[in-house]
Design a protein around this ligand. Structure first.
Ligand SMILES: [Zn+2]
Length: 56
């Protein structure tokens, strides 16, 4: 199984409003854990909210 050695980790994007995990994405962890918040559309809130990265 060929696997790249890039330091990427799959994380969840969790809505700050309703705490539902709406998106999965990968982030680079080469320089420590990124503290990111992204504006994403939440289907529960039916609007764009801030989503924070949640490592599993
Ligand atoms: Zn939400």
């Amino acid at each position: 199984m060929a696997k790249k050695k890039s330091k990427r980790e799959y994380v969840w994007l969790e809505c700050r409003q309703c705490s539902s995990r709406n998106y999965r994405t990968s982030v680079s962890v080469a320089e420590g854990t990124p503290k990111l918040e992204l504006k994403k559309f939440c289907k529960n809130d039916r609007k764009h909210t801030a989503h924070k990265i949640r490592r599993k």
